[in-house]
Design a protein around this ligand. Structure first.
Ligand SMILES: [Zn+2]
Length: 116
């Protein structure tokens, strides 16, 4: 096996190159992949971790579980979710408003994430 950084030969089981100190082989590859997964699932806004949710999942949760506040739990509004759950979706009015907002793409997640 050869170091991908300096090109010198290193032991096949080595995790760090003895010539330049860089991570080599499977260890380096795994760390690299993990970094990519983090980037795909989240982005940062003002230093706060923001997570986008699925628009379709939110809409389905709102239609079938909206009176229990399921879409609110999914999008990070835990307090409002509990309120909607105990008030039967805000006596169905709140439930209807949320579905319209999701359909019109006016709905935002608690952490500023968007429905995509
Ligand atoms: Zn090296």
């Amino acid at each position: 096996m050869f170091c991908s950084n300096c090109g010198k030969e290193v032991d096949d089981k080595a995790v760090v190159c003895v010539h330049c100190g860089c991570a080599v082989g499977n260890y380096g590859q795994a760390a690299h992949n993990q970094g990519n997964i983090t980037i795909v699932n989240s982005n940062t806004m003002n230093g706060v971790n923001v997570r986008n949710r699925s628009w379709l999942v939110t809409l389905i949760l709102a239609i079938f579980g909206g009176i229990l506040g399921l879409h609110r739990f999914y999008t990070g509004y835990f307090g409002i979710g509990i309120l909607q759950c105990v008030s039967f979706g805000g006596f169905l009015i709140w439930w209807l408003i949320d579905i319209i907002a999701i359909v019109l793409h006016c709905y935002e997640c608690a952490d500023g994430g968007k429905l995509v």
